[in-house]
Every structure is written in structure tokens, then in C-alpha cells.
Design a protein around this ligand. Sequence first.
Ligand SMILES: [Zn+2]
Length: 141
Amino acid sequence: MDYHIIDTTPPYGVYDTVAITADTFAEAAQQARAIARKRHQEQADEIGQTVRVHMIIQDRTFEERKIAEPVHPNPPPCTAKRHSWEHVLSPSFGEGVLHIHRCTQCGIYRARNTWATDPQDGTPGHVAISYWKAGKPYTET
Ligand SMILES: [Zn+2]
């Protein structure tokens, strides 16, 4: 069966569709998640933050399912061979925790937020990862 995957995640628009073939909605969703990671990994790496990719999966009868797939950034390169993460602090807020680590080699910070808000639909409770350089303040997304 033919499905259309519509990527509604900025900077892509609602008319940006990909045609795929799958037997079921579940299989189409699996393909959509792989496409989401492939399309948005560079974006996540560039901004150093998790991108929650929203997609609409539509079959030929225009029945729709919506999915959201988190695409986490890869760590930026280290000045040493590899990052050596040391724990800085883990403040709790709301129902989540913000785990902050710093690389002892290059000074880059990493935050793992266990209660991030999805910027597109406003739902809370998602895992988001951010990287930023020393001296640059952490910004909530
Ligand atoms: Zn490092």
C-alpha cells in the first residue's frame, strides 16, 4: 500500500511529503521514524539540541496517523581524543531532572532534560539533550 509521510517539523513545510510503500500503518510509522532521523540529524547537530520531528502518515483513503520522533544531537567533536564527562549538577524541576555534565578535556557542557516540552504541541515529559560551549548559557527549548 502507498503512504504519504508529511513532515510538519520546521524548517520543513506541510507540503513536504515523501511517498513510501508499506503493508500497515505500523510499518509505515517505522519507515517514517527512520526518515525523520535521516532528515533532521544534521539540524539537531547544528543547533546542538534535540529536534522533535512531527510527521503525519496518510494512506490512500486519507486516513491519518501522527507520530513524533526525537532526534538527539551527536556530541560536538572534542579537542582531546574523546570527551570525558564529569557530573556538574542535577537540579530537579517540575517532574523532571536536568542532568548537567561537562567535558574535562574541551569544556563543552551537556544537559539531559528528562522533562522537556515539545515546542510544536506543548506536551511535557520528553527527553531532550543539549550541548553548548563554556561561557554560553544553557537555554531551555
Ligand atoms: Zn570534550
